[in-house]
Ligand binder design. Structure first.
Ligand SMILES: Cc1cc2nc3c(=O)[nH]c(=O)nc-3n(C[C@H](O)[C@H](O)[C@H](O)COP(=O)(O)OP(=O)(O)OC[C@H]3O[C@@H](n4cnc5c(N)ncnc54)[C@H](O)[C@@H]3O)c2cc1C
Length: 264
């Protein structure tokens, strides 16, 4: 038996088998590597979603400081507000599409005014939250006694950098499923673009390969905000985005990596 194992015939046969195995392994390697990459990407996305879901949150309201207030359009009726926890504690993560609920002590109101605003930045942005708010005027035919929007006017006219507001934790079930591989259709109108931007940025940050179709309508160029941020997508070039907007300015801002579909 030992003699047989040492015979040149056997050793060359086993050498051949080893060689054949290696060749087969190399052929498989490329496919395995691709498969491994896909699995790794999916695992990373799942881990990110788990992290977002399990993140520390808070019950009831918590105080946040407005660390930046930025006017977003020429006529000044849309502003972004950047918020950080007043207690210096952690900023819990959120899912793209979720919103913050504010409790505002507006004078002449019998109770705090409660309003929701979508988180407009990427969930990967862990140092501050951002909401982008349009100041609502009274309807055009409404007569002089009708007031403008309570909360949006308060944000624009009363709140400034350094002020502190009461905020409930991010919530909302209208979120983008980051674990799915299916194509995404995003539809937004006017300032309703805010959750859409958060979703697009989340896909971009995750290096997603999903196909995205983005539709947008705006009454006027003034309703278009955060154009520069849309213009930086997709930063890694992985997400395939087809965009269609009635807003010329937004379409001009979009970069080459995006397929433009004309709105009729
Ligand atoms: C999940 C969610 C996310 C949202 N995200 C955003 C966002 O990202 N950005 C954003 O800007 N908004 C967002 N909104 C809308 C926001 O919550 C508010 O509804 C919006 O800001 C208007 O609130 P307000 O208090 O300013 O206006 P309100 O006081 O509620 O008034 C609404 C309108 O009614 C008019 N009005 C008041 N009284 C009368 C009257 N007697 N007769 C006729 N008209 C009258 C006002 O002039 C105003 O135009 C979101 C809403 C939800 C539910």
């Amino acid at each position: 038996m030992v003699r047989l194992l040492r015979s040149p015939c056997f050793s060359s046969a086993s050498g051949f088998i080893r060689l054949w195995r290696r060749l087969r392994e190399r052929r498989l390697d490329a496919r395995h590597l691709q498969h491994f990459n896909d699995l790794a990407q999916a695992a990373l996305r799942n881990a990110e979603v788990d992290r977002l879901k399990s993140g520390t949150t808070w019950a009831g309201k918590r105080k946040f400081r407005i660390v930046e207030k930025r006017v977003e359009n020429k006529c000044g009726d849309i502003c972004s507000f950047y918020l950080q926890p007043h207690d210096g504690g952690e900023l819990p993560p959120f899912l793209p599409g979720q919103f913050l609920t504010f409790e505002l002590p507006i004078s002449d109101q019998p109770a705090p005014v409660i309003r929701c605003y979508s988180l407009s930045d990427s969930p990967s942005r862990l140092d501050r939250y951002r909401v982008t708010i349009k100041r609502l005027s009274p309807p055009p035919d409404a007569g002089e006694t009708v007031p403008g929007g309570l909360s949006s006017t308060y944000f624009h006219a009363n709140l400034k950098e350094g002020d502190v507001v009461d905020v409930q934790a991010p919530k909302g079930g209208f979120v983008l499923d980051l674990q799915s591989e299916r194509p995404v259709v995003l539809i937004g109108g006017g300032v309703g673009l805010t959750p859409v931007l958060s979703m697009l940025k989340a896909l971009d940050d995750a290096g997603s390969h999903r196909e995205v179709h983005f539709f947008h309508a705006a009454r006027s160029g003034d309703d278009i905000v955060l154009c520069d941020e849309f213009g930086r997508l997709p930063s890694g070039g992985t997400t395939s985005i087809t965009a269609c907007s009635t807003a010329h300015r937004l379409m001009l801002a979009l970069r080459d990596g995006i397929t433009i579909a004309r709105a009729s």
